[in-house]
Structures are given as structure tokens and as C-alpha cells.
Design a protein around this ligand. Structure first.
Ligand code: UGA
Length: 431
């Protein structure tokens, strides 16, 4: 079992650190935010992820997992994982300030040869730069590995323990071996490659998934025009194993902290080597269009939205998380407010943050309360409790049931049994 340090206890760092301790490694997670560390030391998780908190507590009890904000506490680590954020800058490129700050502190702290594993998503070439940067500041030997993560929010522990692959990029066979040993208790195929290819695998994977989503969203717009049903089209396409059925769910566009950021960063990276990534630029453009579509549909239906009482169901960028970063709901609410609508919203997890962002919105404490007296309703995030709401609730609570379903939560057959107007994505309107 190895002595491992994880720098950065954001989403990726925390889940990875906890998971590695769970398979028996001795893990110290470090973060410069003392408030977060204090919380973690008490066995509390600063993020919402199923089963994470009990797993933190269990491994703390076994003395395999500890939290610190002092670099001195990680000086004995054999492997240091870097998992700090690489937020997006104005021009779409990744901000590498935090990663180089962490590198500098690691260089000053370590007292022996060490393997540094970069889990943060960084532009191609960064790991090599980082290796040189640390090496210039320490007499000890630095072995660098790029090991991108493929965790989905809300599914992160499952993805860690049962992922499709582990990518290990390094020019150093000893470091590759060490990282393979670290992950060996997981029953997941590993692939080894060079640093730059590993870095690019991450961007290419996210960009490809985003492309699938924008593609099916474009098809959904054609479906609406020709009277086809996008769900049938996606099912028929997905039965071809070369295409695959996942990520063909038409909706109101992708959001979150990864796809929007990584697609823009890849376009930017391509530009830096004088390649115009036309396809990916279109993917981004289509997504922006898609995020606005629901409001366009409402305007088409009602004309002016001034003074309209509109209920938004679901705010998080997807179910199972309280994350609002780049969520389509932000674009939708912002635009509706500018159109003069009166908004009531409900989300099972994301309301505390949403309240800070939108003081002009009324927040309800449950779905039924949110729908009371609404003139229009829109489903923005497909939480179970929203998907499973009987359609009769719309009929009973609203003056006249008019629902814009941005996530195709109901079957058209079901809707037809009710007295309501129903607009969804890539399927015929009803009512
Ligand atoms: C994504 C990737 O799926 C992970 O593999 C990757 O590790 C992660 O980014 C990252 O780079 O860290 P995540 O952002 O958590 O994970 O969310 P996804 O479940 O992939 O969903 C992203 C967005 O796409 C959501 O807004 C979702 O509603 C949307 N989506 C997804 C669709 O509109 N249609 C689909 O068919 C699938």
C-alpha cells in the first residue's frame, strides 16, 4: 500500500482521495482552504455526492484518510496527485495559476524523489512544463504522470470504482508502473501512453460527448419541423453499436463545470497551433442556441411574457447535484427576467446557491407549491421527483396547464390522456 497525497479537495481530488484510501492506501488530502479542511476533519463532505460522507468517516476511523492544509504533512508521500481547479478564463483558455502554485509548494516541501500525478484537466503540454517547473526548484527527481479523470458528478464514486478505463500518460516507465500499482485493486482496464496523448484524451472525450449531445439536439429541431419523434430516432441510431445509445438524449443543452469549459479550451488550444476546430465551434454554438430554445418556444406560444407567472422546475445542471455552474437554468431564468416574467422556481438541492444568484425569483419549498397559480411551467432538470410528478398536478395547480418539458420527462401517450398543452424537445406539440 502506498503513501499518497492529494492536493486540492474539490470534486475530483476529494472523490479520488477517499476512493484510494478505501482500497487501502494511506491518503492525506490537502487544501489551502482551512474552512473546507475543518469540515472534512469532522467527517463532513463539502460537496453533495451519494455515499461520499460515510466513506470519508469510515476511512478516517481506519486511520487511512486524513485532511490538512499544511504542506509539511505531505512531505513523505511517494505519489502526489494534483487535483486543483483549472477555471476558465475570459478567452476560454484554462487558468493554470492554481496548478503552478501547488507545484511550487510541492517543490519546496518534498524531501525525496517523487511521482507527481496530474488529475486536473490541463492543456496539452502543461504536464511537461509542470515537470520542468518543479524540477528546477528541487534537488530531488520528479517523475511526471498525466492521469485524467472521467468522473461524472452524482456518479463519481461509481465511476471511480467501476470506470471504463484508467489512462496513465508518462515518459517514465517507473512512474507508470507505480501508478498502475496504485490503481491495481480497481478492476478497470488501464491504458498507458505518453504525457501529451493522455492530456488530449480528456479533452477529446468530453468534446466528443458534447458533440453527440449537440448533434441529437440539432436532429431534434428537424424532428419538430417534420413531425418526427427524436426519441425514436435516437433509439434507432443507438441500436447501431458503432454509434451507441448513450448521450443521445435531446434536451435544453449541456451544462456543468466540464463540457462548456473543456470544449472552449480545446477550440482555444487548437487555435494556438493554427488549427481552426470548425466542428467543435459549431457544437458550442448549437448548445448556446439550445439553451435559449425553451424561452423562444414560450414567446412563440404567448407573444409577450411581461407579467407572466412562470414556474421553473429544476435548476441544477443535471439531477443528483447541487451544481449550478453553466446550468441551462441560468440562461433561461436570466432571459425570462429580462422579458419581464415573474418567476417561481424549485430544485431539491440547488436552491441555496440559486437564491444568491436570483434575488428577483420566488423559491418554493416543493413542486406542488411551485406550480400553484402558475400560467406556464417549464421542466429544466429531470430530477426523479419532478419526472414522477403525476400530470394531474399540473391540471389541478395551474390556471390552465401549459407545460414546456425541456427534458422529455413524459411519454406523449400519457400526456394525451390529460387536459393540457405540452411542448417538449424534438417531439410533436400536444394540446
Ligand atoms: C462530464 C463527463 O461525463 C465525465 O466523464 C467527465 O469526467 C466530467 O465531465 C469532467 O470533465 O470532469 P459531468 O459534467 O458530471 O461529467 O456531467 P454529465 O453527466 O456528462 O452531463 C453533462 C451535461 O450533458 C448535463 O448538463 C446533461 O444534462 C447533459 N446531457 C447529457 C444531455 O443533455 N444529454 C445527454 O444525452 C447526456
Amino acid at each position: 500500500m502506498k503513501k499518497i497525497a492529494v492536493v486540492g479537495t474539490g470534486y475530483v481530488g476529494l472523490v479520488t482521495g477517499v476512493g484510494l484510501s478505501h482500497i487501502g492506501h494511506e491518503v492525506t488530502c490537502l487544501d489551502i482552504d482551512p474552512v473546507k479542511i475543518d469540515l472534512l476533519q469532522k467527517g463532513r463532505s463539502p460537496i453533495y455526492e451519494e455515499s461520499l460522507e460515510p466513506m470519508i468517516q469510515e476511512n478516517q476511523k481506519q486511520k487511512r484518510l486524513s485532511f490538512t492544509s499544511e504542506y509539511e504533512d505531505i512531505q513523505d508521500a511517494e505519489i502526489v496527485l494534483i487535483a486543483v481547479g483549472t477555471p476558465q478564463q475570459q478567452d476560454g483558455s484554462a487558468n493554470l495559476t492554481y496548478i503552478f502554485q501547488a507545484a511550487e509548494r510541492i517543490a519546496k516541501t518534498i524531501n525525496h524523489d517523487v511521482t507527481v500525478v496530474v488529475k486536473s484537466t490541463v492543456p496539452v503540454g502543461t504536464c511537461q512544463r509542470l515537470r520542468n517547473y518543479i524540477q528546477d526548484r528541487t534537488p530531488f527527481s520528479i517523475r511526471m504522470v498525466s492521469n485524467p479523470e472521467f468522473l461524472r458528478e452524482g456518479n463519481a464514486l461509481k465511476d471511480l470504482f467501476e470506470g471504463d478505463r484508467i489512462v496513465i500518460g508518462s515518459g517514465n516507465p517507473e512512474a507508470t508502473q507505480q501508478v498502475m500499482e496504485m490503481y491495481s485493486p480497481f478492476d478497470i482496464p488501464m491504458m498507458t501512453t505518453d504525457l501529451a496523448s493522455a492530456e488530449l484524451i480528456k479533452y477529446a472525450s468530453n468534446a466528443f460527448l458534447a458533440t453527440k449531445i449537440s448533434f441529437i439536439n440539432e436532429i431534434s429541431s428537424i424532428c419538430e419541423k417534420v413531425g418526427a419523434n427524436v426519441e425514436a430516432v435516437a433509439k434507432g441510431m443507438g441500436m447501431d453499436r458503432r454509434i451507441g445509445s448513450s448521450f443521445l438524449q435531446a434536451g435544453i443543452g449541456y451544462g456543468g463545470s466540464c463540457f462548456p469549459k473543456d470544449t472552449k479550451a480545446l477550440v482555444q488550444m487548437a487555435g494556438n497551433v493554427e488549427h481552426q476546430f470548425d466542428l467543435l465551434e459549431s457544437v458550442i454554438h448549437v448548445n448556446n442556441k439550445q439553451q435559449n430554445k425553451l424561452v423562444d418556444q414560450m414567446k412563440e406560444r404567448c407573444g409577450s411574457l411581461v407579467g407572466k407567472r412562470i414556474t421553473i422546475l429544476g435548476l441544477a445542471f443535471k439531477p443528483g447535484t447541487d451544481d449550478l455552474r453553466e446550468a441551462p437554468s441560468l440562461v433561461i431564468i436570466d432571459r425570462l427576467l429580462r422579458e419581464g416574467a415573474l418567476i417561481t422556481a424549485y430544485d431539491p438541492a440547488a436552491m441555496p446557491r440559486a437564491k444568491e444568484l436570483f434575488p428577483a425569483v420566488t423559491f418554493a419549498s416543493n413542486v406542488k407549491e411551485a406550480l400553484m397559480g402558475a400560467e406556464l411551467a417549464a421542466i429544466v432538470t429531470e430530477w426523479e421527483e419532478i419526472k414522477e410528478l403525476p400530470l394531474s398536478h399540473y391540471e389541478e395547480s395551474m390556471e390552465e396547464a401549459i407545460l414546456f418539458d425541456g427534458r422529455n420527462c413524459y411519454s406523449l401517450e400519457e400526456v394525451m390522456e390529460h387536459n393540457m398543452e405540452y411542448y417538449s424537445v424534438g417531439r410533436p406539440a400536444i394540446g
